[in-house]
Design a protein around this ligand. Structure first.
Ligand SMILES: [Zn+2]
Length: 159
């Protein structure tokens, strides 16, 4: 089909596409999220938060338990290593990506945690990634209080 002219549109449906403009904004990470990010930035520590009633450890930490709805305040350090629960390989380029495709995204259950943390997986070919594999965090040299202070998770050294 050749390009349409205004005259060719007469009598045809003209669609109006709704859209939204992205607007830069700031929001508070809150008390729990701020503690998590400060520990990543200053100490390369990955913090979870434990429910004293359910004994469930959330990573990243949240202020309310998903099981009993209790308020959570007990921070605990979890391991920098964990087990890959599931993953996907993304071959698309988007403006919000910090890394060039293909990117491997995984949900990692860190040692001591009961929930999965979504993050990038690096230093491995996407075809070699397997659920159940052991991964370890690689921290950025320069950290600024962001989830990307963890550069990515890579396959853990054996032993
Ligand atoms: Zn609970």
């Amino acid at each position: 089909m050749e390009g349409w002219t205004i005259e060719q549109l007469e009598g045809k449906d003209v669609f109006v596409i709704e859209g939204q403009v992205a607007i830069p904004n700031n929001y508070s990470a809150g008390i729990v999220g701020s503690r998590f990010l400060v520990e990543l930035r200053d100490n390369c520590r990955i913090m979870g938060i434990r429910c004293p009633k359910c004994d469930r450890c959330y990573v990243p930490p949240k202020s309310t338990c998903m099981e009993c709805f209790g308020q959570l305040t007990e921070f605990v350090e979890v391991g920098k290593s964990g087990t890959l629960l599931t993953f996907t390989v993304d071959h698309h380029t988007t403006p919000v990506q910090t890394a060039s495709p293909p990117n491997v995204y995984g949900i990692i259950k860190l040692d001591g945690a009961d929930t999965g943390l979504l993050h990038l997986i690096g230093e491995v070919d996407g075809k070699a990634v397997k659920s159940g594999m052991r991964l370890e965090a690689v921290f950025n040299e320069e950290r600024r209080g962001s989830i990307l202070d963890i550069k990515y998770f890579r396959p853990a050294e054996a032993g």
